[in-house]
Design a protein around this ligand. Structure first.
Ligand code: NDP
Length: 241
């Protein structure tokens, strides 16, 4: 039976790159987006052009009851997921004295609460159906080393690492793996306003990463061969840390 993989934030950036990488592989993809429906439709048609099977789902990962309802309805209608890629996320950067309360709340509500809001409705159906599945959460090097101007984002991304490791321990006996990918600086909308030439100087590889370089790791973590790899944080960062 075809395995279903949910990718949050697949309309743009890394999530889109993951969708395109997985398209030719034998997965049914559920591609979520927040507000950018036209970009999501573009991802869907590119996935289909590559021979992939996919459907779209509009989802605000910070909205708990909405996630619960939509994901449960989708599972009820189309079956349990094999893989979940918690990719959607936001950054709202400022030096700490200028970090407003709503910037803190928004980034934590989306990035960290999003982890719970997406995974809580889907994990029990995986266990009940004895799915030997895969959970992959996008953290960041910011969550490992802490980045200037990103106290909120570093907190959320470090939280995702702790949450993933704890969940990995709980789910290991069910043969479900849980891992984090912690990218360095990847060329997407999120990084388009960075001073690129300055940034390159702090990356030993002297370039930004591509979405595809993250996506290939997602594909590996989803594969049968990665069944013994769990509770880990793998950083794709051109040697930054
Ligand atoms: P982008 O800004 O390019 O894309 C963000 C994606 O997340 C979009 O699909 C967007 O949907 C979706 N999204 C945003 N808010 C919500 C929400 N509330 N509910 C549902 N979906 C939402 O980001 P990247 O591709 O760069 O980043 C992807 C992940 O990788 C994030 O978790 C990010 O923190 C992480 N990361 C990125 C790095 C980088 O250098 N780019 C480095 C380290 C980690 P829509 O299009 O509808 O707005």
């Amino acid at each position: 039976m075809t395995k279903t993989v949910l990718i949050t934030g697949a309309s743009r950036g890394i999530g889109k790159a993951i969708a395109l990488y997985l398209a030719p592989l034998d997965y049914e993809l559920v591609l979520t987006y927040h507000t950018n429906e036209s970009a999501a439709k573009e991802t869907l048609s590119e996935v289909k052009a590559l021979g992939g099977q996919a459907r779209l789902m509009q989802l605000d990962i910070s909205h708990r009851s909405d996630c619960q309802r939509r994901l449960s309805e989708d599972i009820e209608k189309n079956g349990v997921y094999y893989g979940i890629v918690c990719n959607a996320g936001i950054a709202e950067d400022a030096p700490f004295p200028l970090l407003e309360g709503d910037m803190w709340d928004h980034v934590i509500d989306t990035n960290l609460d999003g982890f719970y809001n997406i995974l809580h409705p889907v994990v029990m159906p995986m266990i009940e159906n004895r799915i030997r599945g895969r959970i992959i959460a996008l953290s960041s090097i910011s969550g490992i080393i802490g980045n200037r101007g990103q106290v909120n984002y570093s907190a959320a991304k470090a939280g995702i690492i702790g949450a993933s490791k704890a969940l990995a321990v709980e789910l290991a006996k069910h043969k479900i793996t849980v891992n984090c990918i912690a990218p360095g600086i990847i060329e997407t909308d999120m990084t388009k306003n960075l001073p690129i030439e300055e940034v390159k100087k702090i990356i030993p590889a002297r370039r930004l990463g591509t979405g595809r370089e993250v996506a290939s790791l997602v594909a590996y973590l989803l594969s049968e061969d990665a069944a013994y790899l769990t509770r880990q944080v793998i950083s794709v960062n051109g040697g930054m840390i």
